[in-house]
Ligand binder design. Structure first.
Ligand code: SAM
Length: 354
């Protein structure tokens, strides 16, 4: 009995199952991890080519079915079925991952695979078409997002083939695509929390300039100030604080300019397909306009800011204008090297994102 709630769309076209396994270029010595074997259509092709297939299946009925399918065959000894949620399972060693992925776990599964150590040689994964397009979108593409930069930071990703919905039983609502993901080896030596923390800030509004995302967004400046204080405390660096008076007009004019510069409609957030952007704290989403309107209403032309706040602001300005020259660039046009440059420059100045 099918239960579409956990994405059980069985691949019924054996030609596609064979093509997927073909693309994995398996060696006789390979250990393959399969996520969600279902009734075992992909599993059968994997077992023909590999030394071993470890299949993680959430649904006990499916796990029983796939086990039974290969019982009393020469493949029985090569198949190990692990019953459970792949996201909660500690993965055993594997050389290659092949999966007709349950689409609800596309994003966390991708990152679980990318975090696996030692890194698999490659992963051949079937995804919902739009998710696949997001994974390998390039700067400037409509679907370029935090997911794209993140995935491409850790892996090389290629599109392998489109798979129409009629190749599944029951047919899903959406079209699918198979991609190949080859983790970079060696892994880039950067701190994931820092890296992702930076990306979260600039991709809240990917059409804004970086200057506007940082200096033009007071909640972000407050966050960076708090992080800076923590960093100073951890490194025994004394911070001198106290109020300073600053001209407010300048900052306001700049912020307004940024907001008016370009109005590209934001993509509606899609919880399933993007990285879980719904967990972006609300204070990240505050718009500069709202703050500006409030400031204008107050009629204040000068305001007080803390010394540390000013210091952090100046550091951020230097990073954007002098160290990287990226202040006027928009996140949607930046590639992973731009973000790396940015993170490096921020960290050099004691500005951190985790
Ligand atoms: N691989 C089979 C095929 O291609 O015919 C079935 C694919 S079906 C889209 C997804 C399978 O993943 C289902 O068998 C489902 O029970 C299983 N599944 C769903 N969520 C899972 C999870 N969190 N961990 C492991 N398996 C899961």
């Amino acid at each position: 009995k099918m239960n579409t709630d956990i994405g059980q769309h069985v691949l019924k076209n054996p030609g596609i199952a064979a093509a997927i396994v073909e693309k994995a270029e398996l060696k006789q010595s390979d250990v393959v991890l399969e996520i969600g074997p279902g009734t075992g259509n992909l599993t059968a092709k994997i077992l023909e080519k590999a030394k071993k297939c470890i299949a993680v299946e959430l649904d006990p009925r499916m796990a029983a079915e796939v086990t039974k399918r290969f019982q009393s065959t020469p493949y029985q000894k090569r198949l190990e079925v692990i019953l459970g949620d792949v996201m909660k399972t500690e993965l055993p060693y594997f050389d290659v991952c092949i999966s007709n992925t349950p689409y609800q776990i596309s994003s966390p599964l991708t990152f679980k695979l990318l975090a696996t150590s030692p890194a698999p040689r490659s992963c051949i994964l079937m995804f919902q078409r739009e998710f696949a397009l997001r994974l390998f979108a390039k700067p400037g593409d409509k679907l370029y997002s935090r997911l794209s930069v993140n995935a491409q930071m850790w892996a090389k990703i290629d599109h392998i083939m489109k798979v129409g919905k009629n190749n599944f039983k029951p047919p899903p609502q959406v079209e699918s695509s198979v991609i190949r993901m080859v983790p970079k080896n060696p892994r880039p030596q950067i701190n994931y929390e820092e890296w992702d923390g930076l990306l979260r800030i600039v991709f809240v509004r990917k059409n804004k300039t970086l200057r506007s995302s940082f200096i033009g967004t007071s909640s972000i400046m407050e966050l960076l100030e708090a992080n800076y204080r923590t960093w100073c405390a951890q490194n025994d660096i004394p911070v001198e604080d106290g109020p300073v008076e600053v001209a407010n007009d300048e900052a306001m004019v700049m912020d307004m300019g940024e907001e008016q510069e370009e109005h590209v409609a934001e993509e509606p957030a899609d919880e399933v397909m993007d990285m879980d952007d719904d967990d972006v704290p609300d204070f990240f989403k505050e718009t500069t306009n709202a703050r500006l309107e409030a400031a204008l209403k107050n009629g204040a032309s000068r305001k007080k800011r803390g010394k540390v706040a000013e210091l952090v602001r100046e550091k951020v300005r230097q990073v954007l204008d002098e160290d990287t020259g990226l202040g006027e660039k928009r996140a949607r046009m930046c590639d992973e090297n731009d973000f790396l440059k940015l993170l490096w420059a921020f960290n050099q100045k004691g500005i951190h994102f985790n």
